[in-house]
Design a protein. Structure first.
Length: 475
């Protein structure tokens, strides 16, 4: 993949992260912490519902895209069934009980909130397929621009709320999110209008649908398991704690997502790059070196984040003080996923994707077990520990299976590194949980300096690589 295209795909996450740095503290200051927690439940529910109603046809659309000549017909055939299913199910459930969604998700009886949830689902569903079309066409700028507009509109609406008198209600918060999702869907639709502005009946192909369902339907289970792993923290807090702890956890993960933006870009480009190396006969021993260096970078990043965690107390209101406590763990959990993308690449190269389902299921069960024990007493802190444990097990299992399928990677050093970083996160979080932020900062700086000392040769190698591959001046 060309550097220009990589930068174009990075534009969306990086720009979105910039807007999140502003919008997350702003929302935290003007909305109740419980409503911030309810917003996180909304987003998790939207992700689950979109995954379910897509019926696996989104995955099948990607698989068949390059082999199908009539792209418009393929898009319509893949999109319509789930959209009809979603609309029928939503209308029937709303007709039976207009307050159902609001009560189940937010513990509030309000038909207007249920209606907003339903609208958000439709916007999210349409955006899923239309965004895949842009990705398959490699229209990176259009894809990223759509994401940026969504974040910018959310910030603009929340900022505009400051012009009106409080109180700032849950309905206002969810309306802002719905408007952002709606704008995203509209922009995606405009950028792909030549593919869906067709005769829908003539474009729909029942034979193609059958083929798509045969491939996509079995993938629903895998998607649900992956969703479960990603949502362990939110789900466990919704069931075993309160919306205040949900709000704290949500804000912490939002800030962590900003820090791990580059990791999300790396996840996007890594697998295609390794597949290219494999097809060209390149020695995949270089993957081992990359894994070791990435593990060190993750350790330094987490220690640095811990040393700077105190700054969050100046950005967020007093009721979010616990965000500092779980911030480093919320960064480390998704970084374990990124590390597993490197150490576990053998599963994809060997085309043994069934193991990916087994690994995700084991991580889900382990994470839910930890959550059941820790969340009732520790709240958001327990959710962070459960989330971290699930992702660590996911990383270890993926690495071990990959080593047996492809080639044995030196793993002891990487595992030792991961355990040391988990130990740091646990100590750091317990120190801050007892109200000692300055001592916590000292712990983070000490761990960071130790990292720089023990891994100085690897760090120098990483630095030399980037210096060697930096773009020439002026170009």
């Amino acid at each position: 993949m060309k550097k220009s295209r990589i930068l174009a795909y990075a534009l969306g996450p990086v720009g979105g992260g910039f807007f999140s740095i502003i919008s997350v503290p702003l929302m935290a200051r003007i909305f109740d912490v419980e409503d911030i927690g309810r917003l996180s439940v909304l987003l998790v529910a939207i992700n689950l519902s979109t995954l379910f109603f897509c019926l696996g046809l989104d995955q099948a659309f990607v698989r068949e895209y390059h082999e199908c000549k009539d792209k418009a017909s393929l898009l319509i055939t893949a999109t319509i069934p789930g959209l009809l299913f979603l609309c029928i199910a939503g209308v029937v459930l709303m007709a039976i009980d207009a307050e159902l969604f609001s009560r189940v998700l937010f513990n509030k009886a309000a038909a207007s909130i249920s209606g907003l949830f339903f609208v958000c689902l439709i916007f999210s569903y349409l955006s899923r397929f239309l965004s895949l079309l842009l990705r398959m066409q490699e229209r990176a700028i259009a894809y990223s621009f759509s994401q940026l507009l969504s974040k910018a509109l959310l910030l603009a609406i929340v900022g505009a709320y400051l012009l009106v008198e409080p109180p700032y209600t849950l309905l206002m918060l969810l309306s802002a999110q719905a408007a952002a999702l709606g704008l995203t869907a509209v922009v995606f639709a405009w950028n792909t209008r030549e593919y869906w502005c067709v005769n829908l009946i003539k474009s729909f192909d029942a034979k193609v649908l059958k083929s798509l369902l045969e491939y996509g339907a079995p993938l629903i289970l895998a998607g649900l398991i992956s969703w479960g792993v990603n949502s362990i923290g939110i789900l466990s807090l919704r069931v075993s704690s309160d919306y205040e702890q949900l709000g704290i956890f949500s804000v912490a993960t939002s800030f962590a997502a900003v820090v791990t933006i580059l990791a999300s870009v790396f996840n996007t480009i890594w697998s295609p790059l390794v597949f290219k190396w494999h097809s060209e006969g390149v020695d995949l021993a270089r993957v081992h070196s990359i894994a070791q260096q990435l593990a060190i970078v993750i350790g330094i990043l987490v220690c640095f984040a811990g040393s700077m965690g105190w700054t969050l107390s100046y950005i967020l209101p007093a009721e979010y003080r616990s965000v500092m406590t779980i911030f480093t763990g919320c960064i480390l959990a998704p970084m374990f996923y990124t590390l597993s993308e490197v150490t576990g690449i053998g599963i994809a190269v060997a085309k043994k994707t069934k193991y990916a389902i087994y690994v995700a299921f084991a991580a889900l069960v382990f994470g839910l077990g930890l959550a059941a024990v820790l969340v009732p007493s520790l709240g958001a802190l327990g959710a962070m520990y459960a989330n971290l444990g699930a992702y660590w097990l996911f990383f270890v299992l993926r690495t071990e299976i990959s080593a047996r399928l492809l080639s044995a990677m030196p793993r002891k050093g990487i595992y030792l590194n991961s355990v040391v970083i988990i130990f740091f996160v646990v100590i750091y979080s317990l120190v801050l949980d007892r109200g000692m932020p300055k001592f916590g900062g000292a712990v983070a700086i000490s761990f960071g300096l130790a990292y720089l000392f023990f891994f100085q040769s690897s760090i120098k190698a990483i630095f030399r690589y980037f210096v060697k591959h930096r773009p020439p001046a002026g170009g």
